[in-house]
Ligand binder design. Structure first.
Ligand code: SAH
Ligand code: SF4
Length: 349
């Protein structure tokens, strides 16, 4: 919890559930009341305490005096032809982040959440990195993204999947990301299955090892983009001083500890990392590993010099990996007309 010990934050979503339970205990109220409040917020989408109709009126009034539910507001909302919806949220300090709701024909309702305002990693092909880094998001701000996106769905639909693939690097903010995901996956939170949560990282061995150590049940995606350090140092500056070998070793450890197959994301940039030689290097690196490669044709960002590879180049890259028995999936663009696709999120619409 942020804030000093004698004056806890008013924002309820910043409170660990145990501390909220304690707030009720300290007033001699039954433990189920805290769970009731959580269910109103996360499952019945109540936007305020006054709507929590099965709580005694004086309790509703006291909650409203003591806590606030929202610290963020929706500054803008856009909808793409393919149904993707993007929200720009304004935070209490006037900073902005974006988050996205993606719907697919298998009835998955996936939300893509931000972990930071901006990003310090500076990947050369990503819009988020262009604006630099401002600050980490709090647990409550990550939860509010979920709640705002949930409110876009019709009442009978539920959120099914979470991907930490919005703005920023989640492994540099695990102290907020993990508690928020715990609430998202708990039965009196959003109740999303732990196997339906993906954390995507630029590849920070320390953070990956911390997740492995915690035996995190989530799916891990490592944004690789190049199999050899010389090229990876150029397009993912965070690789300098880290190196592909250390990232792979940490990913192997994650697989060993959790039993969960790691996904490697690979943004294809025409003429940069999409040639047959690059595919062979990637095949050599991953050979013998139980891994999935997620190929992401570059989503264009204004002012950046990169291009999306042609379908035939993508097909050849995929075929070379297949020859080495490496499984691939291609992530086709979603929401790119409203700049809601991978790597296009910014602090303004
Ligand atoms: N910082 C984390 C998570 C957010 S980025 C990470 O890097 O993994 C989510 C995904 O979008 C990453 O795989 C990232 O490499 C990819 N991405 C970034 N810019 C992109 C672009 N212009 N086109 C396609 N994918 C992009
Ligand atoms: Fe940051 Fe991920 Fe964008 Fe790289 S791709 S700049 S790590 S958000």
């Amino acid at each position: 919890m942020s804030g000093s010990a004698d004056k806890p934050p008013r924002a309820l979503l910043e409170w660990p559930p145990e501390a909220f339970d304690e707030w009720f205990r300290a007033r001699g109220l039954p433990g189920y009341r805290a769970r009731q409040v959580r269910r109103w917020i996360f499952q019945k989408r109540a936007g305020g305490f006054d709507l929590m109709s099965d709580l005694p009126q004086p309790l509703r009034e006291e909650l409203a005096r003591e806590f606030c539910l929202w610290t963020t507001t929706v500054a803008a909302c856009s909808v793409a032809d393919d149904g993707t919806e993007k929200l720009l949220l304004e935070l209490a300090d006037r900073q902005h982040v974006e988050c996205v709701l993606l719907s697919d024909d298998r009835h998955h309702r996936t939300i893509c959440l931000s972990a930071q305002v901006g990003c310090a990693m500076g990947c050369v092909f990503c819009a988020t990195g262009l604006d630099g880094f401002e600050r980490n998001l709090t647990r409550g701000e990550i939860l509010e993204q979920m709640l705002h996106l949930q409110r876009l769905l019709p009442a009978e639909e539920r959120l099914s999947n979470i991907v930490m693939m919005g703005m920023g690097e989640p492994l540099l903010n695990l102290d907020a990301v993990l508690p928020a995901l715990e609430t998202a996956t708990s039965p009196d939170g959003l109740g999303i299955g732990v196997r339906r949560v993906t954390i995507s990282t630029v590849g920070l061995p320390k953070g990956i090892l911390r997740l492995a150590e915690l035996n995190c049940p989530y799916h891990l995606a490592v944004s690789l983009h190049a199999a050899v350090d010389e090229l990876r140092n150029q397009i993912v500056p965070a690789n300098r001083g880290v190196g592909v070998a250390a990232i792979l070793a940490a990913a192997d450890e994650y697989f060993k500890k959790t039993g969960r197959r790691v996904t490697f994301e690979y943004v294809l940039l025409a003429g940069v990392n999409d040639q047959p030689g690059h595919a062979r290097e990637l095949a050599r690196l991953l050979r013998g590993r139980n891994a999935l490669v997620n190929l992401i044709p570059y989503n264009p960002i204004p002012d950046l010099p990169y291009r999306t590879p042609s379908p035939s180049v993508l097909a050849e890259f995929t075929a070379i990996l297949a020859q080495s028995h490496i499984q691939t999936a291609t992530r086709y663009r979603k929401g790119d007309r409203i700049a809601a696709a991978c790597g296009q999120l910014r602090r303004t619409m």
